[in-house]
Design a protein around this ligand. Structure first.
Ligand code: IPD
Ligand code: CA
Ligand code: CA
Ligand code: CA
Length: 273
C-alpha cells in the first residue's frame, strides 16, 4: 500500500471516528440497554453495538476487499496478512456507562499483520490521535513526542488497568504487579482505556503502560501512535509486541520499558485473540 492509499485510509478513518464520537456524545448518560459479557465488570451498551455496526457498514462500503475485526461482532476471527480494519467502537465502555470522560473510538488498519494506520478519537476529551506508519503521530494536528527526559522508573508516571476479567489469576497478577512497581515509580494511574493509555505515553503525559488481558482492538491503533511518537511497544517480557498476544508494555523509551518489564513479577500467558 503506497503513501497516497495510506493517507486516504487515515482520512476516512478520521471522518468515521468523528461520526462515532457524535454517536457517543448523544448517547452519553442515556444508555437504555447495558448487558454483561464475561463478568459483571465487562459491559456492552447499545451504543457500542450501534457504533460498530456503523463502522463495519461504512468501512465495507469504502474498502470492500479489506477484512474487518471488531470487538462486538468478530472476536476470535483471527488476523491475516490481508489489509484489515481493527475496530474498538468504544474503548472504555465502563467509563462510558459511568460518564467518566476517558473513552474513545479506536480504528486501526493492519497490513501483513502490522499496524499501518491508527486513529483514536476521544469526543469527551476533544482529542484526535492519528498515525501512519513512517509518517509520525499527531494529536489534533500537532506532532506528538514522548517524554524524552524520563530516565528511570523512579521519575516515571505509570499506567495500568484492572481490566474486565474478575478471576483469581487476573486478580493476583494485577495486584502483585501493582504492588511491585507502584512504589518504585512516581505513581500509577488506572483510567480505563487501553487505547488512550497508549496515546498518553505517546503525548508525554505518562511514561509507561502495561496490561495483561487486553485484546487486539485495544492496541492496534494505539501501538502505532506510540511507536510513531518515538516510544517503544513490546511484549512484557521484552520481545517484539505480538498484537494478538493479549499483553502489552508501552514506554517512552527502551530504558523505562526494560526496567518496567524486569520489575513485573507476573507475566500472564492468556489465550490468544
Ligand atoms: C477495555 C478497556 C480497559 C482495559 C480492558 C479493555 P473496553 O476495553 O480498554 O481499560 O483494561 O482490557 O478490554 O471493553 O472498554 O472496550
Ligand atoms: Ca468491551
Ligand atoms: Ca477496548
Ligand atoms: Ca470496546
Amino acid at each position: 500500500m503506497d503513501g497516497q492509499e495510506l493517507l486516504r485510509c487515515e482520512r476516512i478513518a478520521v471522518s468515521l471516528a468523528f461520526e462515532a464520537g457524535l454517536m457517543m456524545k448523544s448517547a452519553s448518560g442515556r444508555n437504555k440497554e447495558i448487558s454483561e459479557k464475561d463478568s459483571f465488570a465487562d459491559l456492552v451498551t447499545e451504543t457500542d453495538k450501534a457504533i460498530e455496526k456503523f463502522l463495519f457498514t461504512e468501512l465495507k462500503r469504502q474498502f470492500p476487499d479489506f477484512r474487518f475485526i471488531g470487538e462486538e461482532t468478530s472476536a476470535g476471527v483471527g488476523l491475516t496478512v490481508d489489509p484489515t480494519w481493527i475496530v474498538d467502537p468504544i474503548d472504555g465502555t465502563m467509563n462510558f456507562v459511568h460518564t467518566f470522560p476517558f473513552t474513545c473510538v479506536s480504528i486501526g488498519l493492519t497490513v501483513n499483520k502490522v499496524p499501518v494506520v491508527g486513529v483514536v478519537y476521544s469526543p469527551f476529551l476533544s482529542k484526535l490521535y492519528t498515525a501512519r506508519k513512517g509518517w509520525g503521530a499527531y494529536c489534533n494536528g500537532q506532532p506528538l513526542s514522548v517524554h524524552k527526559s524520563c530516565k528511570s522508573l523512579n521519575e516515571a508516571l505509570l499506567l495500568c488497568e484492572f481490566g474486565n476479567q474478575r478471576d483469581e489469576e487476573k486478580r493476583n497478577a494485577v495486584f502483585r504487579n501493582l504492588e511491585a512497581v507502584g512504589w518504585l515509580s512516581h505513581s500509577v494511574r488506572c483510567v480505563g482505556s487501553a487505547a488512550l493509555n497508549l496515546c498518553c505515553v505517546a503525548d508525554g503525559s505518562a511514561d509507561a503502560y502495561w496490561e495483561f488481558g487486553l485484546h487486539v482492538w485495544d492496541m492496534a491503533a494505539g501501538s502505532l501512535i506510540l511507536t510513531e511518537a518515538g516510544g517503544v511497544v513490546m511484549d512484557t517480557k521484552g520481545g517484539p509486541l505480538d498484537i494478538m498476544s493479549r499483553r502489552v508494555l508501552g514506554a517512552c523509551n527502551r530504558n523505562i520499558a526494560d526496567e518496567l518489564g524486569r520489575a513485573l513479577p507476573i507475566h500472564l500467558e492468556l489465550e490468544r485473540d
